[in-house]
Design a binder for this molecule. Sequence first.
Ligand code: ADP
Ligand code: ZN
Length: 735
Amino acid sequence: MFVRVAINIPSEKTFTYSAPPDIERDIAVGKRVLVPFGKRKATGYILELTDCADCEDVKDIIDVLDAEPLFSPDDLAFYQWLSQYYIHPIGKTLAHILPAVIKPKTEKVISLLPDDMKPAANKEKITGKEAAVMDFLKARGNASIRVLQDAFANIYPTIKNLEKKGKISVADRETARLHNQSFSIGRTEGRLHLNPAQQKALGKICASLADGRFSPLLLHGVTGSGKTEVYLTAIEEALKLNGGVIYLVPEIALTPQLLSRFQAKFGDLPIAVIHSAIAQGSRYDQWRQIRRGEITVVVGARSALFAPVKNLKLIICDEEHDNSYKQEERMRYNARDLAVVRAQLASAAVILGSATPGIQTYHNCRSGKYGYLSLPKRVEDRPMPEMEIVDMRLYGKEKGKDLPVLSSHLLYAMENTLKIKKQILLFLNRRGYHTFLICPECGYVFKCRNCAVSLTHHAAEKALKCHYCDYVMPASMTCPECGGKKVCAYGTGTEKLEEEVKRFFPEARVTRMDSDTTARKGAFGKILQALDGGAIDILVGTQMITKGHDFPNITLVGVVSADAMLNMPDFRAAERTFQTLMQVSGRGGRSDSPGKVIIQTFNPDHYAVKHAKLNDYEGFYKEELLLRKGLSYPPLSRFVNLQLSSADKERGLAGIARIGKAAREMIANEGMKGTVEILGPAEAPIARIKGMHRWQLLIKGRNIHDMNRLTRRLLEEGKQCGLTVKCDVDPVSFM
Ligand code: ADP
Ligand code: ZN
């Protein structure tokens, strides 16, 4: 008997080992084995059992590390798909996905022995305490040592004696390491009566579930339209069909709120919560419980998608437009996209839900690839908040004054909100390393003439650079549009904003929420709890504060600068701005008090801002798609971003030239002309990190197979010229 195993090395190669007779019956696909590998021992993942070896000198497996397989052949097919598509070797993929090898946790269980099993030597006297323990056990059948410890003082000697006297048996039993999740945020209504729109959406989902075929569905519902309620009812249906469920959320801090709703609906149904903050031990235990079918509902951030759920029938991907579904480190993948792939492989239903679907997702509905479900109104006809735009150019024209961070209009609204004891969210999306040049008089922002993205300001070099192509221009202090002479770098951070707010409202309780203040474990949840409990008047924050929380007392939302988002050097900048404005405004006026949203911008006429104000998704989509078509950007094409780096600048430059040449030659020689295109190589927007010089090469095209082939070739080429090369398939960030 032979096995083919993958090993955690940066190569696609897999290896064959033989299983000696004594462990032959222990081997199975999905288990880990210890194998000799070169001079060392390595962990291997069994991919396949075969009865022939592909080479002569086959070595023996040393040991089998798992008692049960960690994944099924179907799960493996999914992992292999992702490994191929994202060009990440299967061994590394499995090492990333699977929980670390940890011994199952056991506890001692004490049982009373039946009379006829008692050995002859049971004449000894039983003490009072021993008798009490025996009675205790009689009532329960058995009890763990922990339970006995709670019930009796100094229990160990008693157990020893009872064991000696043959009254009881002591055995090890496997237990699951549980993690404690607090369920205390938010309200939990009992059973709601779904409104007609919800019922209609649910009807289609149920039909798909009953069908048992792959059905990708977009649930497009404005914030507060009752999407979550639809998901929960859909889960109920899937469970009735004995199906497994995966429910993805973009931000794990949202789970307490969600879990309390789960609890209200499903009572004690065991649910696994998976995310990076869960300890290795309980991750391992949960994984095996899921695998055995003891847990059928998995909730979590992107990595929950890999859980080996049995009989998977439904995947939900909430806030599908959210960028946090894209993992950028170690293994690059997009869980939103993979959710659809996994559903397809499992013939399951997948619901992508959002108030502001990604252009890609909506495009897939329009072209008939995905089904479309819509919840066009908030529940109980609650109004959408009113949106006001503050034209910051008016402030730019004021002589002799600095640009204010907060306009008088916004300050006035804040003051009024504090007076009536309601809460305020202030949103500012600052990316530290990207500032842009703006003319404060007309709002003009310097853009690349080739790429329709804003240019990044490199203050030290007094230059503006495009990170798509290699376009560079000197930073100018004169506006080419209106001739104004006050062009300035723009960009304020949340920290400065917090100070500013405290200066204006010294009495108010101000809290900041961004990656700096939430780095500590649990900090995010604490802030949400404080907000929920009314201990915060003004919450200042980045992207994080825009995510799906439901806080009825927030009646004012301020967007400090829509421009910081609009001017990200990224072809999706308008899409992100539109989404963020819609999401952030969705945070306001969730209950009976009407909400108000104030957006400060130098670009009040930008289509992303205008359509957001009108709450017009369709209008935005049409305009955006037209632009994307003009440049054949996604969803009309795909990108692969090849990131090249080198400690030595000269060597790097020589290397990227060679790679660029190789790429163009391959396109010309292998019939990819017209279907695959190369942009760059160009310097990366962050040109140097930790002493490494960075470049990138964009591969754009429609044929993903050709692009995949080309990328693999270039990765090889890169290695040969001593560059570090990484690839990012379907990139969402171009930094
Ligand atoms: P979304 O996920 O679209 O933002 P939710 O499902 O969280 O919306 O619903 C918003 C609020 O409305 C929640 O407090 C929820 O309990 C409530 N809700 C949802 N559906 C109904 C309904 N049919 N009737 C009354 N209230 C509802
Ligand atoms: Zn350019």
